[in-house]
Design a protein around this ligand. Sequence first.
Ligand SMILES: Cc1cc2nc3c(=O)[nH]c(=O)nc-3n(C[C@H](O)[C@H](O)[C@H](O)COP(=O)(O)O)c2cc1C
Length: 507
Amino acid sequence: MAFESYRDFLDHLEREGELIRIPEPVATELEITEISEREMAEPGGGKALLFEKPTVNGRVSPFPVAINTMGSARRMAMVLGKATVDEAAEELGTLMKAKPPMNAGEALRLAGTALNLRHVKPGKVSKGACKDVVIRMDHPEKSIPSDESGPTGLPTLLNLPILQCWPQDGGRFITLPCVVTQDPDNGDVNLGMYRIQILDSTTTGMHWQLQKVAARHGRRYYETGTRMPVAIFLGGDPVYPFSATAPLPDGLNEFLLAGFLRKKSVPMVKCETSDLLVPANADFVIEGYVDPTEALIDEGPFGDHTGFYTPVDKYPAFHVTAITHRRDAVYPATIVGKPPKEDFYMGTASVKLFMPIFQMNFPEIVDIALPAEGVFHNLVFVSIRKTYPYQAYKIMYGLWGMGQMMFTKYIVVVDSDVDVHNTSDVLFRWMSNTDPSRDIIITRGPADVLDHATPQVGHGSKMGIDATSKLPSEGHPRPWPPIIEMDDSVRDRMDDLWNRIRNRGER
Ligand SMILES: Cc1cc2nc3c(=O)[nH]c(=O)nc-3n(C[C@H](O)[C@H](O)[C@H](O)COP(=O)(O)O)c2cc1C
């Protein structure tokens, strides 16, 4: 299902009972965080919130703030246009596993998949709602003012309802930004989500981390000293911010994924002040550039996904040349912090969607979970169908070599019968199935730059735990004991009695 704006998505959430409107004025400085954090702590992630009168320095902003819009399994499925995230994953999996059809049924299924693919390629359009209002910093005379905001044209960055999330944050941060960059060598487009710190009315920080695709693009511009065009957009179809966070391989355009998921090609329109293309139905577009001849600036501190503040570090400055927006724009935001927060549901959906890719590389993988406590990169549980010695180690090394899985600090590999989404079950196997000196490896590799525990930024040590049942050839000469389980026949026989006992209230 394609949403034509963030408001369109919010209307859908409201119809589905997934949205709470907050008509009272609430400050973008810390107060929206406090309310949102309470809502996110509700079972299953709570509801989406729409702050209708967010205030910026005490003045009500013309733009409402939407938050926690993707913060539950159900809402995440709605973003993907399906009843469940698993359904979306299954569809993407069918595409990846497509083989030549052997019969009419298979041919029909493949044709259905091919039909879905016609939406994948973004289309170019000449105008879009994202340009209802145009504010040109470089040529103010070319601005198209909004009715309400007067001839000088609002907003600047300083009067958008951008949150200061946490008390020790270095200022206001755009927390759901979709950042578009282009590889100067081959024109490949990348869409990533990198937080944006507001420094003044036309300058921001650009927090693309060392190992991210836009940072690689940036390095090429730094090598040639050429000005790097960058476009940041917000809103539109919620599948855009989701796709921006998806760990696609470098070179694969995230707008292809967005088109596939929304079943409608993403309509792209040229920026006012660069040749970059952005979705015509975005709510806000902030155009500008990074100047490689400038020194890096101080970015942060910021209350991060990790649950801790990340300290000030050096990042490029981004200079705004234009802001354009829909007349009825909604400002989408999130907060990150001690887990679980909204990003947990986004990350979980990503892992499910990309499971077929993991399984194509490692057919023995049954399931993967990134428990909330591990804030994405700290902890991965993976279950495998083990058929040969040291297979768990192959999986650890394989995952550490796959894209952003390189950041994983701890990998625990368990047997196929373990539900990796049940942390208690995994801990039980980990504790009972391991002999530490034999079953744990410690190695080194790239680390999440947000990890404050590594002695150096961006690299550190990793631990792999083989919690599978051991084979004799893995240094376990003793017989491996069977796990205690009741016979199926007894279980089935007792179902009826058990239900009667429960219904009598005897438990
Ligand atoms: C809410 C949210 C905020 C994020 N902020 C950042 C950030 O500031 N910097 C960063 O490098 N990655 C950040 N990420 C992670 C990236 O969006 C993610 O790694 C993405 O795959 C990067 O895209 P790329 O591989 O195209 O570079 C954030 C993710 C989420 C969900």
